[in-house]
Design a protein around this ligand. Sequence first.
Ligand code: 4AD
Ligand code: MG
Length: 468
Amino acid sequence: MEHTRRNKIVDLLKSKDFGSEVIVKGWVRAKRGSKYVNFIALNDGSVIHHLQVVAEVANFDENLLKSVTNGSCIAVKGILVESKGQGQSVEIQARHIEIYGTADQETYPLQTKEHGWEFLRGIAHLRPRTNTFGAVLRIRHAMSFAIHKYFNDHGFYYIHTPIITGSDAEGAGAMFRVTTLDDKNPPLLPDGHVDYAQDFFGKETNLTVSGQLEAELGAMALSLVYTFGPTFRAENSNTPRHLAEFWMIEPEMAFYDIVDDMDLAEDFLKYLMQYALDHCHDDLEFLNKVNEMQDNELIDRLKQVVGGTFERLTYTEAIEILKASGQTWEYPVDWGTDLQAEHERYLVEKHFGKPVILTGYPKDIKAFYMKMNEDGKTVRAMDVLFPKIGEIIGGSQREENLDALLGRIHEMNIPEKDVWWYLDTRKFGTAPHAGFGLGFERLILFVTGMSNIRDVIPFPRTPKNAEF
Ligand code: 4AD
Ligand code: MG
């Protein structure tokens, strides 16, 4: 069968070109039928829906039809006709079927019955062939595209920040070391420590936890920049919201203060929700019905975010609300301690019933680069908290004053030699600026209504798990 021409199922399902000859290629999701006719549900990934292929048994070799099983890959040439069956508008009357790849029914792991999420994680190489993961992957694509479109349309430049880094100034989490030294016999210093001067880069290097510090360098020349890349954190966090490898979007804006930063974050998130509503309709409809929560509220939640305004308050005000709530917490609420997911979700889901932006966090629980408030105790941080997710964005106005920044660096025992290049931006033409980081998978969790972050990235990396 011709290899170049293929009609995508997404186009055929909208077509009214009845009687025309078409070629479809895809994976069989189900086959049923009688002695006389087989109905094959075919999916090519272009859309959540399957195309029904009707094969009259008499017109085909018996063995060929037997090989058309769940999971096999086939090409079908046939005639597009209006469907008399329920649930579909068109179908294909098959004239010719070619089998690209069979799938042994004894060993093919994806049966038509429902599978548990944990089982599907064990077959992450095949789970894109399920309806749910197909939908998640298409939405993931659409959100990536929308992110680039938003920033491009708003005059931001995409800057590629390094993945291998020689600094751990951010302190956002434990890091994964990158080395080519012989692990059995590494060169040692007299004190017994590994001599990284002899390593590939001539110093100790790790996978980055964030592209922010380098994005700031870009913003000090191009004004508006963003990064969108993988980041790595070696924390032993086995939660439904943490990955060891996740993607982050980090815009960085010269001449923005903390309010501009919040305005951008809110506008950006609303744009992404609206984009999903506009472009991912069929996948959202599907997830709305079948997502794990089965709450049928996914689309409503997206619309609520787009239609409402985010509640803005300070950390200190939030602590007062949490203390007065009468709730019993797993983690106690005290001014100066970091908020846990239970606190964040209480504020968002119970108290305000909408997304919340918290500002003015205690300086001791935030990074060195955040701009100090006049009180000397809190910094111009902002975290955006979302229903069902908790923290989806973390950001801040940056400390642009060299002396103030040096003070923080010394307080936190960060070696100046590790960040000399960062400090240079404060020496040469410093400017007020701000930025934030959006966790891409947390965004996808919210937009798809999935409840475990391992199910919104194709191949999750978590403690003790780097298969595929
Ligand atoms: O709050 P974080 O640690 O902020 C930064 O890294 C800053 N450098 C961002 C900036 O200002 N440019 O991380 C930002 C976001 C979090 O709000 C969360 O959505 C996500 O990244 N995130 C994770 N997502 C999945 N797994 C993890 N282990 C995550 N850690 C953070
Ligand atoms: Mg954070």
